[in-house]
Design a protein around this ligand. Structure first.
Ligand SMILES: [Zn+2]
Ligand SMILES: [Zn+2]
Length: 280
């Protein structure tokens, strides 16, 4: 693909060509953050540009003394990819990978929102680097290189679950989903196991528990849970063909499926199944 659809170049910023050394990073893209919350998702895009100019001033100032801003790009909450050093430049971002990998910061802090537009900006950037710069397209987090909190737990879970390596396009899952629940949850440490169990219990109550076999209600959202949710939604008339996350629509239809099944059981005189207790 061509350059990301929303792009701010160095010339747009009035910065001229980066004085950093030439390099040809081909091994991947490394995600970074800011160690403090910046709240840019709730501010105008102009605040991102101000943040970026301030970051460059800090990186080239007395405390860092670098030749230029440290990163290759910023992917902002409004979906823009903003030039740092840009393509084919060595960085001062992840020692050990400054000539082999590109760097992109989300400019988020530990609990800042990572927006769908921002996720898509990273996806577009990754795709562009793969297509036009022979980059492998592997996405890593700064903490894969050294012991650091960067890029924060939220972004790093997205690095690990493949959120950034999907093709650019509409976002499924991620923080845009209801309760943050999506396929893959419970399969990695720190994921919302109890939330996934709640979804699975509703799938059972809606009458599609067999899709979860043989593991049942285990708090791990793999393809079987997605299939159960899909069948429950179709049961109440949905025409969707695949589901990867608990969207608001998914949730509403799952509740309706439970109510409909309950009504059917009442008519047939079978009564509702007794809830089991697995001790959790
Ligand atoms: Zn970092
Ligand atoms: Zn912005």
């Amino acid at each position: 693909m061509a350059r990301p659809s929303k792009y701010v170049s160095r010339s747009d910023l009035g910065w001229g060509t980066s004085p950093a050394a030439s390099a040809d990073p081909r091994s991947g893209l490394v995600v970074h953050y800011d160690s403090s919350n910046q709240n840019l998702a709730n501010r105008d895009h102009s605040a991102c540009l101000t943040y970026w100019r301030n970051t460059r001033a800090f990186h080239t100032g007395p405390s860092r003394g670098w030749v230029d801003i440290g990163y290759s790009w910023l992917a902002c909450a409004h979906g823009y990819v903003i030039d740092g050093r840009g393509p084919r430049r060595e960085q001062a971002a992840q020692p050990g990978g400054n000539r082999t990998h590109y760097s992109v910061t989300l400019a988020t802090g530990p609990t800042d929102t990572i927006t769908d537009a921002q996720i898509n900006a990273v996806r577009e950037l990754r795709q562009w680097l793969a297509d036009d710069y022979s980059n492998a397209g592997t996405v890593l987090g700064h903490r894969d290189f050294i012991a650091t909190s960067c890029p924060g737990d939220r972004a790093y879970s997205m690095v690990r679950d493949g959120t950034f390596t999907q093709a650019p396009g509409p976002i499924t899952g991620g923080e845009g989903s209801l309760l943050g629940l999506k396929e893959g949850d419970g399969l990695l440490p720190g994921a919302p196991v109890e939330g996934v169990k709640a979804v699975q219990r509703l799938i059972v109550a809606a009458g599609f528990g067999t899709t979860l076999d043989p593991d049942g209600v285990d708090g791990r959202w793999g393809p079987a849970t997605s299939e159960g949710l899909l069948q429950a939604r179709r049961y109440v008339g949905s025409g969707v063909s695949s589901i990867k996350s608990m969207t608001g629509e998914s949730y509403a239809q799952l509740i309706r499926a439970c109510a409909r099944r309950e009504a059917e059981r009442a008519v047939s005189g079978l009564g509702a199944p007794v809830d089991g207790d697995d001790g959790s």
